[in-house]
Design a protein around this ligand. Sequence first.
Ligand SMILES: [Fe+2]
Length: 277
Amino acid sequence: MGRNFLTIPQASDFHICRNGINAYEVSDSLQSLKNFIRHINKLPFNVDFLCITGDVSDDGSISSYEIAKDLLSGITIPYYIIPGNHDNKANMAEVFSELSYLKNYKDSRIFHSFQEHGKKIILLDSVEPGKASGSLTDGELDALEDELASNHDTMVFLHQPPFPTGIGFMDNQSYMNRNRFLKILNEAENVLFVGCGHIHRVIMSRIRKINFVIAPSTAMQLDLNLNDDAPGDFVFETPGYLIHRLSLTESIFPEVMTHAVQITDREEITYPFNDNN
Ligand SMILES: [Fe+2]
């Protein structure tokens, strides 16, 4: 029997620090990553590969990447990483040397495209070193346009979402080539969704015909304050990740469905949910 689904977890914003110390003094991001790995390893169904949408490291140190790589060796599925604004691309490529695409540049940005079961996955690099704001270069957008011409159903992943989310200080950041990026996505016939990180919250959005989904952090979340002058503090809401499930057959199922998953220490306890009790 053929496969019916391609199942892709997306995790983001680990913010691991050198020597595993807390991020921002109070966030035990090391333990948070351990919790995520324990959780994904106990899922009672198969998943295909993990997509990590940036900020693996908080400080960009070699030590932080070595710690993350060591922990990620505990998961049984392949994983792919793209950089976030906290990452140091050279250090990340050095430690994760088996991810050879981390040295595959289009117009000075990491660019990677691959296919799984007829679906295309495109990894974009929206990070200009030293800047928190997102940007995409003309060269990588040219490459994106070429890749989207193939007419495969496509998922695009990048760190910074190319739109304001209502979280004050993040919205004040400029975004180089945002309009061209959105135009390319909307002119393509085959973009299933765009997956992002950076905002440390689950957010779903649609710009014309393109659906965007932002993954939470495995560590700390941004405070939900939609006032223009919100300080952009983080809070310890329950961390989590996303699971995207793509239909591989013509059926009544949606082409793609995204589940938001919370990482708690109670998820292994299940109770019967049966009206006949
Ligand atoms: Fe982050």
